[in-house]
Design a protein around this ligand. Sequence first.
Ligand code: 9Z3
Length: 319
Amino acid sequence: MAEAGCSTVEGSLTQEFVVPSHVQMVKGLMAEFAERHGSAGRRVVLVTSGGTKVPLESRTVRFLDNFSSGRRGASSAEYFLDAGYAVVFLHRHRSLYPYTRRYAGVNLLDGLRLEPAAGECAPARVVADQESLPGIAAVLQRYQEVKVAGLLLPVEFNTLSEYLHLLKAAAQALSNMGSEAMFYLAAAVSDFYIPASEMPEHKIQSSEGPLQLSMKMVPKMLSPLVKDWAPKAFVISFKLETDPGILLERARRALDTYHHQAVVANVLDTRRGYVVVVTQDHATELALTAAEEQARLEIEEKIVGNLVSAHSNFILQQD
Ligand code: 9Z3
C-alpha cells in the first residue's frame, strides 16, 4: 500500500474519526504530567497497550476485534517505572493493567479470607490469601509507591477513534520534553475500519444474506508523530507477524518508511519468549532461556532494559 502523506493523515483523522469530547482535558493532564516529571529530571514514556474495536454499525451490536491482551504494555509499564521513568499508560478499557495484571485470572473472592473480628463490635477482617494471590504484599507495596509518587498516568480508550485522537494529543503533550520522551507503541491497532459515512446506523440484518464488508485503511499515525507531533522524541513501534519468514524485512521496511528509532519485531505464537529489536544498524535478538522461563522472568524486562540504554545513548547524541 502506498504510504499516505502527512497532511492526508491529519486530514482523515479530523474528518473521518469523531473527536472524543474529553480529548483536550486529557491532553492538559498529560502535558501537566510531562511538565512535572520533566522538571524533576525524570524521563517520560508513553506506553500504548491492548487491541482496538472497530464497529460495524453506528448503533453498535457487532465489531471487529483482535487478540491483544495488553500484557506486553502492562508489564512493560512496570519495568519502565522500575527504571525510573514516569509512564503515561494509554490502554484499551479492561485490557491488562500494571500490577493487577498479575492476578488477572483470579476470582477476587477466592483470593480473600474472612477472619473473626477483633472485638464484638468490630467488623470481620478481610485478609488476602497469599496462595491464591502470590506475591501480593510486594506487588501491593510497589503499586502504592507508584501511586503516591504520581508516576503512572492511566488514560483509557474504547474505540479506534479515541485511540487515534488520544495518541495525537499525547504526542503533542509530551513534545516539549524533546529527546527525554519515549513512545513505546505496543497496542495492536486495527489496520482497517469502516468510515462513519459508510456505516449502517442499525443492526445489520442476517435476513439480507451473507455479509460483505469493504473497509478503509486506518491512517498510519507514526508518520505525523515522528515528523510533526514529537519530532525529537525516541520512538519505538512494534511489528507483529504470524510468518517468521517475513518479520525482519517488514520491521526494516517500517524503519525505512517512518525514520523512527527502533522496531520491536515479534511473531504471534512466540511473542512471550522471543523478540528482535531492529534499529538502522542492528538487529538484536532477545530471548528467554528455559531456566528464565521456569523462574517466570518476562521478556519485557529485557526489551525495556535494551530500550532504556538505547534511549540514554540517543539523548547523549542530541547534545
Ligand atoms: C505488538 O506487536 C505487541 O507485542 C503484541 C503484544 C500486541 C503482540 P499482548 O497485548 O500482545 O501482550 O497480548 N504490538 C503491535 C502490533 C501491531 O499491530 N503492529 C502494527 C503492525 O504490525 C504496526 S504498529 O503492522
